[in-house]
Design a protein. Sequence first.
Length: 277
Amino acid sequence: MRVVVTGSKGQLGRALLEMMEGHTLLPIDLPEHDFTEDSTFQAIVDFAPEMVIHGGAFTNVDGCETDPDTAYRVNALGTQNVALACQTCGAAMLYVSTNEVFDGTKEEPYLEFDPPNPIGVYGKSKLAGEMYVRALLKKFYIVRTAWLYARGDNNFVTKMIKAADERGALRVVTDEVGSPTYAPDLAAAIVRLIQTGRYGIYHFTNEGACSRYEFCLKILELSGRGHIPVTPITSDQYKRIAQPPLYSVIRNYCGATALGIILRPWEEALQEYFADE
Ligand SMILES: NC(=O)c1ccc[n+]([C@@H]2O[C@H](COP(=O)([O-])OP(=O)(O)OC[C@H]3O[C@@H](n4cnc5c(N)ncnc54)[C@H](OP(=O)(O)O)[C@@H]3O)[C@@H](O)[C@H]2O)c1
């Protein structure tokens, strides 16, 4: 298959490139290709792909809050540009979206059919991207995921380890709940999904859920730092620029039920992450 992968230098993009070695690939990322620009629209059309996996995004959630214009330019208009390229060359598109399109008030896992209601700029700009995909294309997948991590990156796992080593003690919130997701597991699910032709909205995260506090305890245990003390706090005691949805667990109903695509439990994936290190 001829496949375009945007965000190819990011956590998910790198995992996708590794997993799709047998395919003919066009990787798109900065600085060579900016997917908000006409030149990238043209590069995609000229490549004549069958599939475009659009994982590139402005993913800094606090950064989106302080610079909404950039968030909407990249996540909304950039996605419009990529979707229009797909429309022009007849490619199917897979858009990677986020659990942050929901407001976090449901108290049970969000289904693919639940109405989004983002509370932050990042979630709003990603939802705007979803709306362009739905309005412009017939052949699309939207895959929402959450709490992504991969080796060698600035994510929650690496941040907790760095903070533990620097400070010797941590304070972590108990009331933000989600599903940690290992980027290679998400990439494998996406590679299976794009072969089905069953277009629609999917929720792919590693199975199970935990609070940031529980996630941190597991990270410290598996990295040999179980002795580091962690104080449980609530999110009103931890001030940050963006306020993420508190309960942001998304349930994989459609992928599991219709296609049998299920990611393994988050604890198992985290174990493999540390084993691979
Ligand atoms: N990370 C999470 O916890 C999380 C949770 C839910 C959903 N998601 C979604 O999952 C997808 C993959 O996330 P990720 O963690 O792999 O992201 P990531 O590591 O931040 O990778 C995103 C990549 O896109 C690139 N990019 C940004 N703007 C671009 C542009 N205008 N043109 C070309 N490339 C551009 C970035 O380059 P620079 O680094 O140079 O900016 C980066 O290499 C994203 O769509 C994200 O919204 C992520």
